[in-house]
Unconditional design. Sequence first.
Length: 621
Amino acid sequence: MASMPDAAAHLPFYYGSIARSEAEEYLKLAGMSDGLFLLRQCLRSLGGYVLSMVCNLQFYHYAIERQMNGTYAIAGGKAHCGPEELCEFYSKDADGLCCTLRKPCNRPSGVEPQPGVFDNMRDNMVREYVRQTWKLEGDALEQAIISQAPQVEKLIATTAHERMPWYHGNITRDEAERRLYSGAQPDGKFLLRERKENGAYALSLVYGKTVYHYRIDQDKSGKYSIPEGTKFDTLWQLVEYLKLKPDGLIFYLRETCSNPNMPGELMSPSPIPGLGLSPSGGSLSSTNPSFLYPVQPLLLWQTGQSRLLPMDTSVYESPYSDPEELKDKKLFLKRDHLMIDEMELGAGNFGCVKKGVYKMRKKQIDVAIKVLKSNNEKTVKDEMMKEAQIMHQLDNPYIVRMIGVCEAESLMLVMEMASGGPLNKFLASKKDVHITGSNIVELMHQVSMGMKYLEEKNFVHRDLAARNVLLVNQHYAKISDFGLSKALGADDSYYKARTAGKWPLKWYAPECILYHKFSSKSDVWSYGVTMWEAFSYGQKPYKKMKGPEVISFIEQGKRMDCPTDCPAEMYALMQQCWTYKWEERPGFSSVENIIRSYYYSIATKTENGPGTADNSKATLP
Ligand code: ADP
Ligand code: MG
């Protein structure tokens, strides 16, 4: 669930994570005919494959890389949407390969694709890491996993070696030899250590009762390799690979020399079941959650940038998630617990939004306070109370929470603070420093999660727009402004407005305008417009058109163009959101799924990719 499904899992000629030599064995067994081929997982790069084939009794191995946009290609070849399509293409046209693919070398019966180093355990590892690092349970845990799986996977991947029994930390070369020579000295006994001088690493390996030391180099992009060897994203993958193949070492890695200083629970014979390609190959079960010892939230990235995950902020969970604080939870707050700053965060028809601090039992929290204009009319007051009643029922990391209301010098709605301000303004102001496409996908995925929650709770927002998506920071968005929102009755699928009000027509689906019918499906239409705004870096939708012009534009079957540099997949999703008939429009549960898949597919690749790196200048104050 947290990780991506293997795009080749269903292919009968896919062997999963096997070594080159094994692939050659299978091809030999199947007869070595010209064009005989199989597919296996690439051990070096996450998400890549290798095409192994035969021509003129020789073996050929072609790496298939997953590209930034989620397509697959052999270096120098055409891109294809999946490994299956790629194989189909090369069965018709050799296009540079030794020959065309003619006969799939299917797995013998009883042979299943070999799980990869990461596959087996990734989901459980992510879950345990999130649970233990941020102390989350229940929905908060699930939401964190769904929204942050790629980031957490990367964190784990870059630090996982520290939890491996073969990792001995910062010990000297002499100490490494002492440890390797103590006890039995089988060929392939090894350990990995950090080298004091420069934070680099070394591999120490026994062969013929002698210890050999290899330097581990790190290239400019951060990839690890032994000199002249294959490059890997992580040390963990490097070690797993060298267990299969010496790759220039005098012998392959075989026996772990366990670090005597590892915490007790890690000292079981196989500290992380399912890791590696041992024949036993057990998988990590959720009944064994203690495999990770508690860790500090690790904010430093491989690239040296620091980045706050939503779970690191104070607004990920409700301030009332603490049972102590929950005791005091009431709709109406005491005025003397509220300090109001003069600083204005924003303004609207109702009045203005001010910064403030709210004193709770154990802590003080930053809040945003929507203050009603002093000429308190009853209807305006009622409206704000309605907004408060709606927000009171919502609790999700991707929705601005209400702390309560306060009736004093005027009626005030007290909310958690999203200091980054509205998404459209943020993106427009950061045009020159360039916020990456994957950053926008990440934020829009969070919005879809918040909207999916609303849909499940049977609420319609009715004012979803980039101006009402507020940022906590550059990587954390929350939906706000429930001024027009409605709770649907248990049996209703839509809300019928009696009269048209001051409506944001450019964000409204046809059925809203024509029949005053509002549902989660009409929120999906608005979500599409919000996506368009985000990928246009905060531009106004439908240029200079007036509301009524937009309506006839839509009626003619026209839709806004794809924003510059917006990925085709994301524009395709916008177009789905703009399906004319609401019955045929996807709901938020599918929208969230679609954007999640796309987000995962780019998030595992992009962070170090050219032109896509996060721009460290583009951070919020
Ligand atoms: P309106 O109904 O007038 O659109 P909003 O609820 O959208 O009112 O708030 C208006 C502005 O106030 C927002 O655009 C934003 O700048 C600021 N604001 C509102 N809520 C918050 C919040 N929770 N944290 C920070 N700023 C906020
Ligand atoms: Mg607003």
